[in-house]
Design a protein around this ligand. Structure first.
Ligand code: FPP
Length: 261
């Protein structure tokens, strides 16, 4: 059985040793990440906030690559929430530019590694050039069979649920959805996460103990891992730590039997 690692023990271990402790048979199918703390990382260094986001991109690259190496089939990253539109226009446009640059630069890596790009959220709200870049990379990587990388953009859990409910109400109004036929499966099929399994593990960086409107429906039985590490400092060893912690847990899914991850 994997044992919970204390921070001091973790710090003393090499990346290779941490990785070797993982049990490939009990890897999660879907890991979701709330990437938080870019602003604090920048402030601690007396830098503008955007430098924190820029540094955060490095962590995105490393975590995508590591998840792929570990053969985790689904990785979902919370990059921009519906609430994030309230940030200063300069920060929003800098984030959009970073996202576009990421797409340009990473397309080849995604293709070479069989990673399919996907988005969740109200992506049509994004500036047209960003939306078009996303569409291009989604189309180019559609054949990726090893991992689905979903980026949450203009995403909100409540907004996504509302959009699904409105779509179902419309079907009911048109008579294509008989009354009483709204099931969990049907609702889930109208969320922007349709086709993705529910996350097994939700990681949040920078120590906040919140879910911040992320995947509200889908995380019903997800295991939570909260680390004080700020997102720009999050490295492969921190992902290994989260996975080791996850593998040491028992999941019950509301039952009483012991179900190991
Ligand atoms: C949270 O930090 C982070 C964000 C709102 C943006 C995350 C975006 C990236 C890492 C870059 C784009 C992503 C991809 C997938 C290419 P914060 O600004 O809320 O930090 P704070 O709470 O310390 O202020």
């Amino acid at each position: 059985m994997a044992t919970l690692l204390h921070n001091r023990e973790l710090e003393a271990e090499t990346d290779e040793n941490l990785r070797a402790r993982l049990d490939p048979a009990r890897r999660p199918r879907h890991v979701a990440v709330i990437m938080d703390g870019n602003g604090r990382w920048a402030r601690q260094r007396g830098l503008p906030r955007i430098e924190g986001h820029r540094a955060g991109i490095k962590s995105v690259r490393e975590i995508v690559t590591t998840a792929r190496e570990l053969e985790i089939p689904f990785l979902t990253l919370y990059a921009f929430s519906v609430e994030n539109w309230k940030r200063p226009a300069s920060e929003v446009s800098a984030l959009m530019l970073l996202l576009r640059n990421y797409l340009w630069r990473e397309k080849k890596t995604l293709l070479d590694n069989g990673i399919r790009l996907n988005t969740i959220g109200r992506v049509r709200d994004l500036p047209e050039p960003v939306y078009r870049s996303l569409e291009k990379v989604i189309e180019a990587t559609a054949g990726g069979r090893h991992m689905t990388l979903s980026v949450a953009l203009s995403y909100g859990g409540r907004a996504d649920l509302l959009d699904a409910v409105n779509a179902l109400v419309e079907q009911a109004r048109q008579g294509t959805l008989p009354p009483g036929e709204i099931t969990e499966q049907r609702l889930a099929a109208h969320l922007s996460t349709r086709g993705l399994p529910d996350p097994d593990l939700l990681i949040r960086t920078s120590g906040e103990q919140r879910v911040s409107n992320f995947l509200l429906w889908e995380i019903a039985y997800a295991e939570l891992f909260i680390t004080p590490v700020l997102w720009p400092d999050f490295r492969r060893r921190h992902l290994y730590q989260a996975l080791l912690d996850y593998q040491a847990r028992e999941r019950h899914f509301g039952g009483i039997g012991e179900q190991r991850t």
